[in-house]
Design a protein around this ligand. Structure first.
Ligand SMILES: *Cc1c(COP(=O)(O)O)cnc(C)c1O
Length: 370
C-alpha cells in the first residue's frame, strides 16, 4: 500500500544529519527544531499559528479542549471516518452526532449537517477524507448562521487547497476556526513515528491550545487549566523540516499516480472511480473505488491472489462500532455511509508508485471476471 523506504532513501543523508544534530544538542523535548517546523509549516499553509503536538488524535483533543464546551454538548461529525474523530469527543464527555457522507466525495454531507443541528450543537468537525477537502464554503456559512465552531480534521489532506466562489483559495486546515493534522508515516507528510499539529489564525485560540498541550501552563509550574502533555518530538520535527520542502513533490507524485489509475481504469465495468472536484482537487492520500453489485470482497480477494494489496477504509460506520453505538439511537442508519462501507476499496497509492506498478495493478483490475 505504501513504500516509505524508497521515499526516505532519497533523503537519507539530510535526515540522518538532522537526527544527528538533535542528538548532538541533546535538546530532545521542545528543541529548536520544533519551533522551526511550526514556523515553516505556518508559512507553507499561510496560517497564523501552528502548534506541534504528539499525534493527530491529540491535535483533535487539544483543539476541542480549547473550545470551552460543556458535558453533553453536541459535536457533528461524519459517520464515515477514522475512529479518532469520534473518540476525542467521547473522551471529553461530549456527544458525537454522526451524519451521512456525500456519495461523490466521501466527505460529510451538507444536508446531513443541516438536519443534525440542535440547540445543543456547538461544533462541527468536517474530515477532509482521502486527500480531499470537505465542501467548506457552504459548511462555514451554515456554521456561522448557527454560531458553531469548526475544527477541520485534516489528518489525510495536508497540502490540499479549497477555492471559494469568489476565486480565492485557502489551504485545508486553515479555513475553520481550528485545523488539525497528523504526521503519521502514511499521511501526505509523514514523519518517522508519531506527530501532529494544530493550526489556527486566532491568536487567542493559539495561545490557549499551546497552554493546554503543555499541562495547562503558560509559565512553567503555574497551571491555569487542566491540560495534557502532547508534544511534537524534536527528532520528528527535525525530520519534518527535511521533508516539508518536498511536500509539493509528494502531492504531485500522488496526483500522477491517481491520474494514471483514472485513465487506465476508465473502462472498469464493476465500479466507480473517484472524481476530482474543481473547487478542491484531491491530494490523493487514498485512491478509493466504489465497487458495484456486492463484488468488493471478491475483487479484494482476487487482488490478493495477484499479489496486490488493497484496503477497506472503512468497513463499519462509526455508529455500528461496539464502542460508539451508544452514541446513536437504536436502529440508527445512514444510507450513503452504509453503502460506502460495503463497497469502498482503496488501491495502493503513494509517492513512489512506478509506471510498472500502476500498469500491473490496472491491468489486473481490468482483467477481473465475475
Ligand atoms: C490518521 C487520522 C487521525 C489521527 O492521526 P494519528 O496521528 O494517527 O493520531 C485522525 N483523523 C483521521 C481522519 C485520520 O486519518
Amino acid at each position: 500500500m505504501v513504500d516509505l523506504l524508497s521515499q526516505h532513501k532519497k533523503l537519507e543523508q539530510p535526515i540522518r544529519a538532522a537526527i544527528q544534530r538533535v542528538i548532538d544538542s541533546s535538546s530532545f523535548i521542545k528543541g529548536e527544531e520544533v519551533a522551526i517546523f511550526e514556523k515553516n509549516l505556518s508559512e507553507t499553509l499561510e496560517v497564523g499559528y501552528v502548534i506541534g503536538c504528539a499525534n493527530g488524535t491529540d491535535a483533535l483533543q487539544v483543539a476541542l479542549m480549547a473550545l470551552n464546551l460543556m458535558p453533553g454538548d453536541e459535536v457533528i461529525i461524519p459517520a464515515f471516518t477514522y475512529v479518532a474523530t469520534a473518540e476525542v469527543i467521547a473522551l471529553l464527555g461530549l456527544q458525537p452526532v454522526m451524519v451521512d457522507a456525500d456519495e461523490n466525495t466521501f466527505n460529510i454531507s451538507l444536508s446531513g449537517i443541516a438536519g443534525a443541528i440542535t440547540s445543543r450543537t456547538r461544533a462541527i468537525i468536517p474530515v477532509h477524507l482521502f486527500g480531499q477537502c470537505a465542501d467548506m464554503e457552504p459548511l462555514m456559512r451554515l456554521a456561522e448562521e448557527h454560531h458553531l465552531l469548526v475544527i477541520e480534521d485534516n489528518a489525510q489532506s495536508l497540502g490540499a487547497s479549497y477555492t471559494f466562489a469568489d476565486g480565492h483559495s485557502r489551504k485545508a486546515g486553515t479555513i475553520g476556526h481550528i485545523g488539525c493534522t497528523s504526521f503519521f508515516p502514511t499521511k501526505n507528510l509523514g514523519c518517522m513515528g508519531d506527530g501532529g499539529a494544530v493550526m489556527t489564525n486566532d491568536p487567542l485560540l493559539a495561545g490557549k491550545i499551546r497552554m493546554i498541550a503543555s499541562h495547562g501552563q503558560r509559565k512553567k509550574y503555574y497551571h491555569e487549566v487542566v491540560g495534557c502533555n502532547s508534544r511534537l518530538d524534536t527528532i520528528q520535527a527535525a525530520i519534518l523540516n527535511v521533508k516539508l520542502p518536498h511536500l509539493s513533490e509528494y502531492l504531485e507524485a500522488r496526483k500522477n499516480a491517481a491520474a494514471f489509475y483514472t485513465n487506465s481504469l476508465k473502462d472498469f465495468q464493476h465500479g466507480i472511480l473517484p472524481g476530482a472536484f474543481p473547487s478542491s482537487p484531491p491530494t490523493w492520500n487514498q485512491y478509493t473505488l466504489i465497487i458495484n453489485n456486492g463484488l468488493r470482497d471478491t475483487i479484494k480477494e482476487y487482488l490478493i491472489q495477484n499479489g496486490i494489496p488493497s484496503m477497506i477504509y472503512y468497513p463499519l460506520p462509526l455508529y455500528k462500532q461496539v464502542a460508539f453505538s451508544k452514541f446513536a439511537p437504536a436502529g440508527f442508519s445512514l444510507p450513503v455511509t452504509e453503502k460506502l462501507c460495503k463497497s469502498v476499496l482503496s488501491l495502493p497509492i503513494h509517492t513512489e508508485m512506478t509506471t510498472s506498478n500502476l500498469e500491473y495493478i490496472s491491468e489486473t483490475i481490468l482483467n477481473f471476471k465475475k
